[in-house]
Design a protein around this ligand. Structure first.
Ligand SMILES: Nc1ncnc2c1ncn2[C@@H]1O[C@H](COP(=O)(O)OP(=O)(O)O)[C@@H](O)[C@H]1O
Ligand SMILES: [Mg+2]
Length: 434
């Protein structure tokens, strides 16, 4: 029997209504149902059809996604049904507790929060969540040791405590997250993915969410001479969003190290004291908005040491995000290769094994495992590359070493290996130059 929890409200089907709530100890499985944007189907109907689908399948193994449906209703209204963020284990869909999230995506791109009508000053970018642009980012980011789920759990608890008005003088917590680590490790993307995920999870609590991205770097380059006045104006706009209590507002202050750098420079006397005023205005404004229960502040820093204490102290959750491990690199490469096979640039399609499958086979070389083992070798050689650098390797491989429109997987893997060598060489040259 399946208990259903839709969003965070206890909307349940029969057996639970009868008081046998098996959701208390049962494994909780999250099911995201992406409804087509033109669909006018009632949520209740979508839910019933998805339940029927899940009951027909009954057993799945870890995360699983359906994108094609035999059944007419689902084919007409639903883009995908996905079991997400599950442990890699056998799941009996009839005996677990399901949380179902039914959503459509907003497909208008970012709007800019302009401050002066006449001037071209884009203070920040602004998205309505869940947004088509952020779709798939969560899945594309590969980290070790459940970093993503841990962050998701942290931020969910933050929002839950806010909603319950837990007194933060008694139980210490706040609404600021700091992700720090080298550039290109996916921090900005992770903030977007987190917000998107939460906007879907909390659809029943907040009918929609907003995402405001403040780029600290451009904040300084554009507004330097205007000092703190424009910062205040920008936050006034954000405050207007927050005033709608039906919306959850994520504010991303990206690359806070540029604020710190400006402040340090000002203290050393190499920049006008305007910089201090701007930084202080940002900090004061952040303190103001974080008082509201429907706000989550996400910050990132590309430097790990010497992050401005003002930011470190404000953050409740500080998470270091480093370069991917060999296994994570393998998974990143796998996703790139799958994509190129899907687009038929690598042709014909060949099966690649997952790390889990390779492990189960004891990394034995065979006809089946040969190509996957080659990917693993390239992954090992690419250690130390950032996620951003890794995702460029297949492109470089094609541009530099493949001269034909279609290429076999074997040949492409050679090209990737060459591209990795070339990148390592280039890195070494750069180091030698310094
Ligand atoms: N751990 C990772 N797994 C998968 N892709 C990654 C990872 N880290 C970075 N990337 C890729 O690199 C790109 C740049 O990431 P970004 O979020 O801008 O990094 P940062 O903000 O840390 O500089 C992303 O679009 C993403 O595709
Ligand atoms: Mg970034």
């Amino acid at each position: 029997m399946t208990g259903i929890v839709e969003g965070d409200s206890m909307e349940v089907i029969e057996d639970v209504k009868q008081g046998q709530n098996n959701c208390i100890d049962a494994v909780n499985i999250h099911v995201e149902v992406h409804v087509k944007s033109h669909s006018t189907a009632k949520r209740e109907d979508v839910k019933l059809h998805v339940l029927a689908l899940l009951n027909r399948h009954r057993i799945v193994f870890g995360n699983y996604s359906w994108t094609e449906f035999d059944e007419e209703f689902l084919a007409k209204h639903v883009e995908s049904v996905s079991i997400v963020d599950a442990e890699r284990q056998q799941i009996d869909l009839r005996s677990c507790c399901l949380s179902m999230y039914i959503f459509t995506l907003h497909d208008d791109g970012p709007s800019t929060l302009n401050l002066e009508e006449a001037e071209d000053l884009s203070a920040a970018h602004h998205w309505l969540l869940p947004s088509a642009e952020f779709h798939g980012i969560w899945e594309s980011l590969v980290y070790e040791n459940g970093v993503k789920t841990q962050l998701l759990d942290y931020v969910s608890t933050m929002i839950f405590f806010s909603d319950k008005n837990v007194d933060s003088n008694l139980v210490a917590w706040n609404r600021v997250v700091l992700l720090h680590g080298p550039p290109g490790t996916g921090k900005t993307s992770l903030c977007k993915a987190l917000a998107q995920k939460l906007s879907i999870r909390l659809l029943n609590r907040y009918s929609y969410s907003q995402f405001v991205e403040i780029n600290s770097h451009s904040l300084f380059s554009k507004w330097f001479s205007e000092s703190g006045k424009l910062v205040t104006k920008m936050f006034q706009k954000i405050q207007q969003l927050i005033d709608d209590k039906e919306t959850l507002v994520f504010v991303l202050v990206d690359e806070v190290e540029s604020l710190t750098a400006a402040r340090n420079a000002a203290q050393a006397g190499t920049e006008p004291s305007d910089a201090i005023r701007v930084v202080n205005a940002v900090l004061t404004q952040l303190d103001q908005i974080k008082r509201h229960s429907n706000v989550v502040i996400l910050t990132t820093s590309n430097v790990t040491e010497k992050i401005d204490l003002a930011f470190v102290d404000r953050a409740d959750i500080k998470q270091y995000i480093g370069p991917p491990s060999t296994d994570a690199i393998f998974n990143i490469y796998l996703s790139c290769l799958e994509e190129l096979m899907k687009c038929q640039i690598i042709y014909p399609r060949q099966q690649l094994l997952t790390m889990y499958e390779l492990e189960t086979m004891g990394f034995q070389e065979s006809n089946v495992s040969e190509r996957s083992l080659a990917v693993q070798k390239i992954a090992a050689k690419s250690r130390g590359f950032s996620g951003r650098a890794l995702r460029k390797i297949p492109f470089l491989a094609h541009a530099l070493f493949v001269k034909t429109p279609k290429v076999t997987l074997e040949r492409f893997l050679q090209a990737m290996d060459q591209a990795v060598s070339q990148q390592i060489e280039e890195k070494a040259n750069l180091v030698n130059c310094v």
